[in-house]
Design a binder for this molecule. Structure first.
Ligand code: NAI
Ligand code: MG
Length: 356
């Protein structure tokens, strides 16, 4: 029996709904596989915890998480707590504290789901976006001075280090090399941002020499939105800064049908710390509590988690079951169906047991 201990942090809004669905599906996968055991410990951190204790997680939160093999995360964000408090109080300290510098975001059009792009089928859009997840525009560097006065100033400094850029480039080139098309697009904005982004470009060229089999090109981030929309087939693996990839991956999720299907993995490639797996979407206050959140992103990221743990068979079995269910038209309202979160989860459980 191969055993893994997983810390679940469902947190806010639809987070608990989709994480519970994910845990149900994983329990069924476990039964189906027979030789894998996932032991979950659920943490009640998030905005409710903040309302009671004034912090999103206890001060020894990272210490508590350290011993787990992986973290399965829902979403943070509540209407009555400022977003920078929720994000910097829970999700970002985990990503940064555990040096999860590679944020990996696969996007493809699942069976039964239609892209809002005309004539864009499953073969036309199959991407992995690699987002730098430790520095760049979200390094938290900056400050405010002269608060409330007319001369008030706020700075938000983007940090690009040779170590940080080199390691994410290597990760992206390696990933591109492992995919059939061996194609990488490096997103930049070095025309307008002439320091950090020029360093980014230079390091991309240096690292490219280590990967002669990978064909790569460079795109300015604004032009990239056009290429993603008009020529999706020309792209495969994509690497971008923290901010650029944050924005581009929301676009990617929408082009693949819904934010509700898009997964993400926050990876420490060196495996010094647990990596964290989560849907891309947030806490979606508008649909929270209605039982209609799309759980597919939470399932897909669970498959990423299994893959990271070395459970390739379980991972692909889970994705095959998810694709059978979407292909059969069992879909939540965000992707044009009328199924509930629970109905989709049950259908995936059934598909797991009836597949081989
Ligand atoms: P959101 O992702 O929560 O929602 C955007 C839209 O997509 C909404 O209309 C929502 O109903 C829909 N949607 C999202 N996930 C869905 C799903 N699984 N099924 C069906 N529909 C889905 O983004 P929004 O509204 O900008 O942010 C809400 C809160 O979430 C904010 O507090 C924000 O800071 C937080 N947030 C947290 C993230 C995280 O924890 N990683 C990521 C993004 C936002
Ligand atoms: Mg985002």
């Amino acid at each position: 029996m191969r055993e893994y201990s997983i810390a679940a942090i469902p947190a806010d809004g639809i987070g608990p709904e989709v994480i519970a669905a994910g845990q149900t599906v994983l329990a069924n996968l476990e039964m189906r596989l027979g030789d894998v055991k996932l032991t979950f410990k659920n943490f009640t951190w998030g905005s409710d915890y903040y309302r009671k204790h004034g912090v999103m997680m206890p001060s020894d939160g990272l210490e508590q998480l350290k011993k787990f093999d992986a973290i399965y995360f829902g979403a943070v964000g509540a209407p009555d707590v400022p977003d920078h408090v929720t994000l910097w109080g829970l999700r970002l300290p985990i990503c940064q504290g555990f040096d999860q510098y590679a944020n990996v975001r696969p996007t493809k059009i699942l069976p039964g789901i239609t892209s809002p792009l005309r004539n864009c089928g499953a073969d036309d859009l199959d991407w992995v976006i690699v987002r730098e997840n430790s520095e760049g525009e979200y390094s938290g560097h900056g400050g405010r001075a002269h608060r409330g006065l007319p001369e008030e100033v706020g700075t938000e400094v983007a940090i690009f280090t040779r170590v940080g850029v080199t390691r994410i480039m290597r990760y992206a080139f390696r990933l591109a090399q492992s995919r059939p098309r061996k194609l990488l697009t490096v997103v930049t904005k070095s025309n307008a941002q002439r320091h950090g982004m020029v360093l980014w470009d230079e390091i991309a060229s240096e690292v490219a020499e280590e990967f002669p089999e990978v064909t790569w090109d460079k795109m300015l981030v604004d032009a990239m939105t056009v290429r993603m929309t008009l020529k999706p087939r020309s792209l495969d693996t994509i690497v971008a800064t923290n901010l650029h990839a944050d924005i581009l991956s929301d676009l990617a999720g929408a082009l693949a049908g819904s934010l509700g299907v898009a997964p993400t993995a926050n990876i420490d490639p060196e495996r010094r710390f647990p990596s964290m797996f989560e849907p891309i979407h947030g806490s979606a206050f508008d649909i929270a509590g209605k039982g209609i959140a799309n759980p597919v992103a939470a399932f897909w990221t669970a498959a990423q988690m299994l893959d990271h743990l070395g459970e390739r068979e379980g991972s692909s079995r889970l994705m095959r079951a998810v694709e059978r269910v979407t292909g059969a038209g069992i879909l939540t309202p965000d992707v044009g169906g009328s199924a509930t979160t629970l109905e989709v989860a049950e259908a995936v459980c059934d598909a797991l047991h009836s597949s081989n």
